[in-house]
Design a protein around this ligand. Structure first.
Ligand code: TYM
Length: 339
């Protein structure tokens, strides 16, 4: 690890991001976030986490949470995040997240938390479980980010509002006491910041639990991926161009561009004279090829639970060292008596 503990003047900029172990991770999670995470360690000191504390804000069975968490941890490594060059860990292994969250609650205004789009959406989706944790969710996210003094937070665009709230909280705390937290900046990928459902291209592709034809899962078998692309909804005319009135084709062009590391414009050019059936097939094949190495590496990692647990332990230790320094500073500043 390069200068991770070092003097703030010489350290590389720091990156933090996380993913929550609910449902089955999708192509949206991959193209919008995880794919880029593995490529950031040359330029940044990176920490990536599985956010299980966030997962219990919606009802989830313990067994499912445990399996989802292990799966995601292995997936983070499988997408190319090298645990030697990055800190990869489970949020639930570092207690400072919950502790800092409590403190930050007192510097977060009820009104600003109430404005969060995701809170409103999730409350509508499960009106009988609008719990305080769901409301507090973005404050816990702020704790995740601020504990590590992150400068950059790579996310899909649905999380940008939460990163903005985190900045407001940091600013308020720094202003009330003295500079304590680095000011994080949310960063979305140029292609893939939002991937939509293949069956309803106006809805975000989400980690649903069932066998949803609209979501491609990172660990789907190639034949399932091809079947889903074949059935993907397109639009009424035959042109392969990205435009607001063609959400289906625009989404497929975005997926193709992100999966093959090109731009939507270049993809559009490539399919200029093509037809929908061929284009859908090519988008499916590109996705299969992008996900194949991830699935293979994942399967190898899951064959050795002991080795995976060892990686979790070492990641947690490294993360906890950094987190406890920030928390110690915060405790002093707010006026808690230290032993
Ligand atoms: P989560 O688990 O919903 O998603 C993980 C990442 O995937 C991105 N993403 C998408 N990108 C493009 N298209 C989609 N359809 C799509 N669906 C999801 C998300 O934007 C995200 O970057 N609250 C966070 C996890 C979290 C976190 C944090 C993130 C906890 N603490 C601190 C950043 C910093 C979440 O639920 O992401």
């Amino acid at each position: 690890m390069t200068e991770m503990q070092g003097n703030t003047d010489v350290r590389k900029k720091r990156v933090f991001s996380a993913i929550k172990p609910t449902g089955n991770p999708t192509l949206g999670n991959y193209l919008g976030a995880m794919k880029y995470w593995g490529r950031m360690s040359d330029e940044f000191d990176c920490l990536f986490s599985v956010a299980a504390l966030h997962a219990i804000t919606v009802a989830i069975e313990p067994k499912e949470l445990r399996e989802n968490t292990k799966r995601l941890f292995a997936l983070l490594i499988a997408v190319g995040i090298d645990p030697e060059k990055n800190i990869v860990f489970l949020q639930s292994h570092v207690k400072a997240h919950a502790e800092l969250c409590w403190i930050l609650n007192n510097y977060t205004m009820f009104g600003e938390a109430r404005r969060m789009t995701q809170f409103k959406e999730k409350s509508e989706k499960a009106p009988d479980n609008v719990n305080v944790g769901l409301f507090d969710y973005p404050v816990l996210m702020a704790a995740d980010i601020l504990l590590y003094q992150a400068d950059v937070v790579p996310v899909g665009d649905d999380q940008l509002q939460h990163v903005e709230l985190c900045r407001n909280i940091a600013q308020r705390f720094n202003g009330r006491y003295s500079p304590t937290f680095a000011m994080p900046e949310g960063r979305v990928p140029t292609a893939g910041a939002r991937i939509y459902s293949l069956t309803d291209p106006t809805a975000k592709m989400g980690k649903s639990d069932g066998d949803d034809l609209g979501s491609v899962f990172i660990l789907d078998k190639p034949e399932d991926i091809m079947r889903k692309f074949k059935r993907a909804v397109t639009d009424s005319d035959t042109r392969i161009i990205a435009s607001a009135d063609k959400p289906g084709i625009t989404n497929l062009l975005t997926i193709y561009a992100a999966a093959t590391d090109t731009t939507v414009e270049a993809a559009q050019k490539e399919f200029e004279n093509g037809n929908y059936a061929d284009f859908k097939k090519r988008a499916g094949e590109a996705t299969v090829e992008a996900l194949r190495p991830v699935r293979e590496k994942y399967e190898a990692l899951r064959r050795d639970d002991g080795a995976l647990a060892e990686l979790m332990r070492s990641g947690a230790e490294k993360a906890a060292r950094i987190a406890s320094r920030t928390l110690e500073k915060v405790y002093k500043k707010v006026g808690f008596v230290r032993l």
